[in-house]
Design a protein around this ligand. Structure first.
Ligand code: FAD
Length: 303
């Protein structure tokens, strides 16, 4: 039995497990894939105090740090069910059931993809999902933002200050972002907004992205835009489908937490991209993991 069982081996889960183990608590981590989204990241330049690192290197550092402590790492294991009796019970896909006094949920999220030819091939080679992370790589270049919701228009405004030009492609006839964001985007000379645009293909020279093709849904005509980067902003999907019904989720499926990381189920805490936290970044996920773990410790000393 565990005192603190962590679900997820990304930055949030790694931080949570280290904080728990340093309190002398029986700690375990269940992770489908240790490292999480960081394992899919190329350059990282906003992990404060480390000027530049690469995803796989940061994952190796995370794992080495966790292994400094007596943490039971169950890698390659997927949690499928959460329930509460005397203790909190976590069921794994392999049928095993783990018992713990507290839980820290940090299953992260995944970017919704366009699912068009070229997207996978040029991922990290011009196809990007995080403007805070990769925006500066496109300084002075032309880029597109796919998606005209809040995240898409925020990304366009953010990028317009760095890059030469931003083309926003929105599938629907109208943008779905807040009016104040749309007004701001419309006021910027280097943003072009195209609605009724269905992205059909990411084009490239074999090494890097060189453009995007889209179909005008009103006329059926195909168009090509030359550019160096494409930011896909059509949603971040939390990995919480398996928690529905067990704990309270927001309409977007994010785990609802308070400022100690406590969820709607007593003793169950959560952190990182899977939660209602407004900004999704490595450094933020780590801080949240530490918070949730200290929240669990505080809960344990009172129960
Ligand atoms: P994740 O990293 O998503 O980790 C989730 C963990 O949970 C994984 O181990 C996963 O396998 C596991 N898991 C999920 N479901 C289950 C389950 N049911 N059972 C067991 N385990 C489960 N942020 C930055 O700050 N800087 C950057 O430069 C940067 N670049 C990025 C580039 C890309 C391509 C992407 C995709 C993201 C980038 N981010 C960047 C965002 C950053 O990676 C995330 O904010 C951060 O990884 C979130 O951490 P997390 O621990 O909450 O979740």
């Amino acid at each position: 039995d565990f005192d603190v069982l962590v679900v997820g081996g990304g930055p949030a889960g790694a931080a949570a497990s280290i904080y728990a183990a340093r309190k002398g608590l029986q700690t375990g981590i269940v992770a489908e894939r240790f490292g999480g989204q960081v394992a899919d990241t190329v350059g990282i330049e906003n992990f404060i105090s480390v000027q530049h690192t690469e995803g796989p290197k940061l994952v190796a550092n995370l794992e080495a740090h966790v292994r400094e402590y007596d943490v039971d790492i169950m890698n390659g294991q997927r949690a499928v069910k959460l329930s509460k009796g005397d203790k909190i019970q976590l069921e794994l896909a392999n049928g095993a059931v783990l018992n713990s006094k507290t839980l820290v949920l940090s299953p992260g999220a995944r970017w919704r993809e366009m699912n068009v030819p070229g997207e996978q091939e040029y991922r990290g080679k011009g196809v990007a999902y995080c403007p805070h992370c990769d925006g500066p790589l496109f300084k002075g270049k032309r880029v597109a933002v796919i998606g005209g919701g809040n995240s898409g228009i925020e990304a366009a405004i953010d990028l317009a200050g760095l890059v030469e030009h931003v083309t926003v492609l929105e599938f629907a006839p109208e943008l779905r972002a807040d009016a104040v964001l749309i007004k701001k985007a419309n006021s910027m000379a280097n943003i072009t907004i195209i609605t009724d645009a269905q992205s059909t293909e990411v084009t490239g020279d074999g090494n890097r992205v060189n453009g995007i093709n889209y179909t005008d849904r009103k006329t059926g005509d195909s168009h090509h835009v030359e550019l160096a980067g494409i930011f896909v902003q059509i949603g971040l999907v939390p990995n919480t489908e398996w928690l529905r019904g067990a704990i309270e989720l927001s309409p977007r499926g994010e785990i609802i937490i308070d400022d100690r990381g406590q969820t709607s189920m007593p003793g169950v805490f959560a952190a990182g991209d899977a939660t209602t936290t407004p900004f999704k970044q490595i450094i933020i996920a780590m801080g949240a993991g530490a918070t949730a773990s200290l929240g669990a410790f505080d809960y344990l000393i009172r129960h």
